[in-house]
Design a protein around this ligand. Structure first.
Ligand code: NAD
Ligand code: DAU
Length: 354
């Protein structure tokens, strides 16, 4: 048996592939376009491992996907591939529509053709697991209950609108064609291999480089943080036992305002790698112009996945963020590698006022 993973050179996909191979011997075919966010260094520890086949390519390349499915005959597809950064979607939404909407559509079509031709028992066992986000539900007021799976879709950014569209396609391919799909909607991840355009790794990397720590608006936007390995275990569990056609919200019950996250990162760095002048890294915090259309609060109600599948996160925020900061301190080579010219161009474009 084999599983087919897309986007497995990115942050969550690579963590998933590494965890998958650490938990068993079932091979993985890993299709990734290697955009700026895809990085083969993330997969260095499984290079040469016969259980891992990496293919550079686009989920929107129907001929390639159909050939790979026919060749490797996977029992499941896990779709991580996406453009994932909200700020980039504001500067340039086109890539988000191409990959997240058109790409998912093409992947679904290839999966449907493959699945329809499978023998009955393989057809019954096949799963298409689509990895999505809590951002499709829109934003919450401070006293609103957390997002359940029944919450309306109210996406507010080009990124979240493109993910919402992909979720709708996945749902429709199940209802119309019977494709056995599962969807997970997860809150903000953090942990090793997180590309330093996102809040937590950007703060760690900038702090160590003596740069400012750009906090958007008043810093009181709330996100619900989950350690990436817990997201991976949730996906494994949903793949194993999720009910076909269902969606599962995944979250860590860790709602925190951004400014608290930034101060926590500073406090850990003050402890683990103090500044040479003896001052706190909090001195580098700078409030900058807010993100347009910035969602104020996300919070996930993760009771369904706990009730039906017995999944709960293993890490608290305190344990997860300490491991994360330590990982960045231990891996300066990884950080240097991802800070290519293209990364520096992005920082210039996004933070030119800082
Ligand atoms: P990421 O940007 O780090 O990685 C995305 C990966 O997809 C990269 O390796 C990239 O090269 C690849 N990719 C992009 N376009 C592709 C295409 N057309 N064909 C093949 N590969 C392509 O993203 P991530 O943070 O790892 O997120 C993975 C998935 O999880 C996304 O679908 C995202 O929407 C979802 N998600 C992310 C979070 C989070 O906090 N990061 C939370 C919930 C859900
Ligand atoms: O909720 C799940 C989503 O979480 C995923 O679907 C997305 O792929 C992922 O990127 C993430 O989206 P966010 O927009 O919440 O993550 P980001 O790290 O970009 O920002 C987190 C919060 O921090 C957000 O409120 C914006 C703020 N922020 C971010 C950056 C990069 C800052 O204040 N300063 C910054 O420089």
């Amino acid at each position: 048996m084999t599983i087919f993973v897309t986007g497995g050179a990115g942050f969550i996909g690579a963590n998933f592939v590494l965890d998958w191979l650490a938990h068993g011997d079932e091979p993985v075919v890993n299709l990734d376009k290697l955009t700026y966010a895809g990085n083969l260094h993330n997969l260095q520890s499984v290079q040469g491992d016969a259980r891992h086949l990496f293919v550079q390519g686009d989920i929107g390349d129907a001929a390639l996907v159909e050939r790979l499915l026919a060749e490797h005959r996977p029992r499941a597809i896990v779709n991580f591939a996406a453009e994932s950064h909200v700020d980039r979607s504001i500067h340039g939404p086109e890539d988000f529509i191409q990959t997240n909407v058109v790409g998912t559509f093409r992947l679904l079509e290839a999966a449907r053709h493959y699945w329809q031709a499978l023998p009955a028992t393989d057809k019954e066992a096949f799963r298409f697991l689509h990895v999505s986000t809590d951002e499709v539900y829109g934003t919450l007021a401070p006293s609103d209950p957390a997002f359940t799976e029944a919450h309306n879709y109210e996406p507010n950014s080009p990124y979240s609108a493109s993910k919402a569209a992909s979720d709708h396609l996945v749902r429709a391919w199940h209802h119309t064609y019977g494709l056995p799909v599962l969807t997970t909607n997860c809150s903000n991840n953090y942990g090793p291999l997180h590309f330093p355009e996102k809040l937590i790794p950007l703060m760690i990397v900038n702090a160590l480089a003596g740069k400012s720590l750009p906090v958007y608006g008043d810093g009181m936007q709330v996100r619900d943080w989950l350690y990436v390995k817990d997201h991976c275990s949730a996906i494994r569990r949903v793949l194993q036992a999720g009910r076909v056609g269902q969606t599962y919200n995944v979250g860590g019950w860790n709602e925190k305002p951004n400014i608290d996250i930034v101060k926590t990162v500073c406090a850990l760095l003050d402890e683990l790698r103090p500044r040479s002048d003896g001052h706190s890294y909090t001195q580098q915090i700078t409030y900058v112009q807010d993100r347009p259309g910035h969602d104020r609060r996300y919070a996930i109600d993760a009771r369904k996945i706990e009730r039906e599948l017995g999944w709960t996160p293993a890490e608290t925020f305190d344990t997860g963020i300490r491991k994360t900061v330590q990982w960045y301190l231990d891996n300066p080579g990884w950080v240097a590698n991802v800070q290519s010219g293209a990364y520096r161009d992005w920082l210039q474009k996004q933070y030119e006022q800082v």
